[in-house]
Design a protein around this ligand. Structure first.
Ligand code: PHE
Length: 451
């Protein structure tokens, strides 16, 4: 078999950060920060990321790099003759489901980017702009076309392979995303009345932070840093043996958290400046933000057009870098397990994800009457993958590294055979967390959410 492709040293961080930075950072994070008390939520979020998500992320990375194979095959080869390989299969299923509905939201963003470019949401009445989203998402062809285009571009990057596709794309898009989001933040902070939004984000109000808020912080940190569906595992299987797993993981966490926080400083000051409420929920980006741009357009139409197009372009690029990581989980699995060519595997994954995504898209329109256990098709895919697959697979990866793998092997991988001094110093803390603290915490959160 040909040698496995390996990411360059910086490229693996860019690719992992690309997987992490996505719709979760720009679309979801600001609105949950809005719902659960601003800075108080951010503090809890950072603590969850550091003490719970980071060790799980590292565990997944250890499995991937140790095995040098992707999800199912990795667990199979590290625990031959056991049932652990099924954990890999469930994780791949999770990645597949997320990639399908994620592409629908990615498509909406691309649609809004084009609308912004064409007329900058200009309208004589900014209020009417907020109805655009409902009209678009409940229609049939427009969101389907957008989903097809978004998924198509993503799979094209994946077909090109690790070095020529994912590495190249990540190395350009991650620096670009940071430049864009910082520019957007500056624009947002210059808006009249933006100060109130900044205050809201900086003043912690712990009274608004409920138990639900805390479990939401943990769930968001799982989703945002992308562990639990084999994306971290698969990318790490292309990591060089000489690279430090601890430092790549910490850098990914820093980039991801930084991006989410900057995105909040883009969204919240603009929301306050337009006199809107911060707790608008999921509609924040697709309804409140266009309203803000439309309002801006009544004063400065050209600026509004440029800024709104840039804003949605940033979301599209961020979503693409995440989407390709989920598709790679599925494609690499077919390549390694079924011995398909990358091209054949990519076409299969594209078709399957397109079908599930199309059903998700139609569940806002003609299929809105379909209810499965009280959920729409989109809602079911979102809940299944985020609440069940990601949580349980994260638990599985933690238990696998903490209890199933040999401690010596784990330490070798964590410290590169003892050659990395900082990693050696931290290893015991990591191992203690992953073995004794994280599994019961995940179970607690899981059952609290069920009730
Ligand atoms: N982390 C991505 C986001 O924040 C979503 C994602 C989840 C990507 C799981 C890959 C795997 O949008």
């Amino acid at each position: 078999m040909a040698d496995r492709e390996r990411f360059g040293k910086l490229a693996i961080i860019m690719a992992l950060a690309g997987s992490a930075i996505g719709l979760g950072n720009i679309w979801r994070f600001p609105y949950i920060v809005g719902e659960y008390g601003g800075a108080a939520f951010i503090i809890v979020y950072l603590l969850c990321s550091l003490f719970i998500s980071l060790p799980i992320f590292i565990s997944e990375s250890i499995i991937g790099r140790r095995a040098g194979q992707s999800t199912y095959c990795a667990l199979h080869s590290l625990s031959r003759g056991t049932k652990w390989k099924w954990l890999g299969l469930v994780a791949v299923a999770g990645a597949f489901i997320i990639s399908s509905f994620y592409s629908v939201v990615g498509g909406w963003s691309a649609d809004f980017m084009l609308r912004a470019g064409i007329n900058g949401f200009s309208s004589s009445n900014p209020e009417s702009v907020s109805t655009i989203f409902t009209a678009m998402s409940t229609s049939v062809w427009e969101p389907l076309l957008a989903h097809t285009a978004f998924l198509g571009i993503s799979i094209l990057i994946v077909v090109l392979g690790i070095k020529n596709g994912i590495e190249r794309f990540s190395k350009i898009s991650i620096p670009l995303l940071f430049v864009l989001i910082v520019v957007m933040m500056v624009v947002s902070l210059l808006l009249p009345g933006a100060q109130d939004g900044v205050e809201y984000l900086l003043k912690p109000d712990f009274s608004k932070l409920s138990a639900k808020g805390i479990s939401c912080a943990l769930g968001q940190s799982f989703f945002s840093i992308s562990h639990g569906v084999g994306a971290v595992l698969t990318y790490s299987s292309y990591m060089k043996k000489s690279q430090s797993i601890l430092s790549t993981s910490v850098w990914t966490l820093i980039f991801d958290a930084l991006f989410a926080i900057i995105a909040s400083f883009v969204v919240m000051p603009a929301v306050f400046s337009a006199g809107l409420k911060p707790g608008a929920g999921p509609a924040l980006v697709f309804e409140s933000i266009p309203f803000i741009f439309a309002k801006m357009g009544t004063v400065a139409p050209f600026t509004a057009r440029i800024v709104s197009t840039t804003f949605f372009f940033t979301i599209v690029v961020a979503a693409l870098t995440s989407e390709i990581s989920m598709l790679e989980v599925c494609v690499s699995q077919l390549v390694e397990r079924m011995r398909y060519s990358r091209k054949k595997a990519s076409i299969l994954v594209f078709v399957a994800a397109w079908i599930v995504g199309a059903l998700c898209s139609l569940s806002f329109g003609p299929l809105s009457g379909v209810s499965i256990f009280g959920n729409s098709i989109f809602g079911l895919c979102d809940r299944l993958s985020s609440n069940y697959f990601m949580t349980l697979c994260s638990l599985g990866f933690a238990v696998f590294v903490g209890w199933k793998m040999d401690r010596v092997q784990v330490k070798e991988e964590f410290t590169n055979n003892g050659t990395l001094k900082p990693s050696s110093a931290i290893f015991n803390v990591f191992y203690f967390l992953i073995k004794y603290i994280i599994p019961p915490v995940i179970l607690l959160i899981f059952f609290t959410n069920l009730m």
